[in-house]
Design a protein around this ligand. Structure first.
Ligand code: B1M
Length: 217
């Protein structure tokens, strides 16, 4: 337990220090020590990114530092991804997922997408900066059971409502469940815009999506 705490702390610190090699090494050390990959994300790297975000707000870090921190997390994810994916093989259902228009943050969305495919979903990832019409087009084309949206900015979260309205206008809303996530959004916001669910993190997101599929069967 002490060792686990120590490695996760090392991982967090490597992110805060923008030390890409240190992040990769700590991820490998964590996996060798049997620490679950998701814990490395939520209790190591994500905590480090929170500190980076605070430093940016205080003016101690600059945009270039946010970029490097994002890169460091992505490099760490490359080490962890095979372990996050190890799940059920059967296709549970289809999920169209994307980060909304105007928003380039994709680390959290990628974690959710990876964990959904690890859990057995076929994931159609539309990437970042996705306008409402592309969500609509993807729902028409892929006929997913679920649409997932991510937003990290208070200035882009309102795009989620636009996607829901666009799905309604296209007559597609009743065919899909909609789940939203990302730091500025909440359960209240999900209710306000007419989404079916909000997930605090990827684990909760996967569990909600799984519950919807088992309700259908
Ligand atoms: Co940006 N950024 N950023 N940034 N950035 C934040 C979000 C910020 C909070 C930093 C701060 O000031 N403290 C702030 C937003 C303030 C606000 O809106 N209130 C901010 C800002 C201001 C900006 C810019 C405007 C800076 C500028 O240009 N002046 C700019 C905007 C660019 C744009 O999008 N148009 C910008 C740019 C960037 C980078 C590109 C440099 C980089 C992103 C790299 C990338 O994603 N490829 C970046 C980063 C790294 C951050 C921080 C430091 C980390 C974000 C992150 O990846 N967190 C961030 C501070 C922070 O959040 N602490 C910050 C880790 C990730 C695992 O968490 O994404 O929340 P998260 O995902 C979680 C859950 O939320 C949930 O599950 C995930 C995993 O458990 N979840 C879902 C997320 N989506 C979900 C979907 C679901 C279910 C659950 O279902 C579909």
């Amino acid at each position: 337990m002490e060792r686990e705490k120590m490695i996760l702390e090392k991982l967090k610190e490597a992110i805060v220090n923008l030390d890409i090699n240190g992040v990769k090494e700590a991820c490998r050390e964590a996996i060798d020590a049997g620490i679950p990959a998701y814990k490395c994300v939520s209790e190591g790297m994500a905590k480090g990114l929170d500190i980076v975000g605070e430093k940016y707000e205080k003016g101690e870090y600059f945009l270039a530092d946010l970029v490097v921190a994002g890169e460091a997390m992505k490099e760490g994810m490359k080490v962890l991804e095979p372990y996050l994916r190890a799940g059920e093989a059967e296709a549970l259902g289809r999920v169209v997922i994307g980060t909304v228009r105007g928003d380039m943050h994709d680390i959290g969305k990628n974690i959710v997408a990876t964990m959904l495919s690890g859990a057995g979903f076929k994931v159609i990832d539309l990437g970042v900066d996705v306008p409402p019409e592309r969500f609509v087009e993807a729902v028409r084309k892929h006929r997913p059971h679920i649409v997932g949206m991510s937003a990290l900015l208070t200035t882009t979260m309102m795009e989620m409502e636009k996607v829901i309205r666009a799905l309604e206008d296209a007559g597609l809303r009743s065919r899909v469940k909609v789940i939203i996530g990302g730091a500025p959004v909440s359960m209240d916001y999900a209710e306000k815009i007419g989404a079916d669910a909000y997930a605090r993190d990827a684990v909760e997101g996967v569990s909600i999506c799984k519950s919807w599929i088992s309700e259908e069967r």
